[in-house]
Write a protein that binds this ligand. Structure first.
Ligand SMILES: [Zn+2]
Ligand SMILES: [Zn+2]
Length: 117
């Protein structure tokens, strides 16, 4: 299995330097990357609390816990990304949210969550 993502790609966008994420998330992203065989851009990974509030993230955001990533798969619409992930990675993507320009995935503890943003 190749390692497709650098730690810096998960860094909080506010400049605070926080970039630690759950290794399970990185492992899952690597498998998704390999499966699509297309470049994946991390739009948002780790967020500190302040930045999460600023971007309007949920109060208990999985991004703050380092469990989540918002991704874009090159040349694939978020609709199709979500559908693909539900088909092939349904057990692994605990949280899976479709937005207009990206797909949110997370490896939260507990119940599976699916939504359209
Ligand atoms: Zn920050
Ligand atoms: Zn997200």
């Amino acid at each position: 299995m190749s390692e497709y993502f650098k730690p810096e790609e998960f860094e909080c966008h506010c400049g605070c330097g926080e970039k630690d994420v759950n290794p399970k998330l990185v492992e899952l992203l690597n498998r998704i990357r390999e499966s699509f065989d297309k470049p994946i851009t991390i739009m948002s990974g780790r967020r500190c609390k302040a930045h999460n509030t600023k971007v309007g993230g949920a109060k208990e955001s999985q991004h703050v816990l380092g469990n989540a990533a918002d991704i874009q798969v090159k040349g694939v619409e978020p609709d199709d990304v979500q559908e693909y992930l539900m088909k092939h990675f349904d057990d692994d993507c605990k949280g899976l949210g479709r937005y207009r320009s990206f797909t949110h995935i997370d490896v939260r503890e507990g119940k599976i969550a699916r939504w359209n943003g």
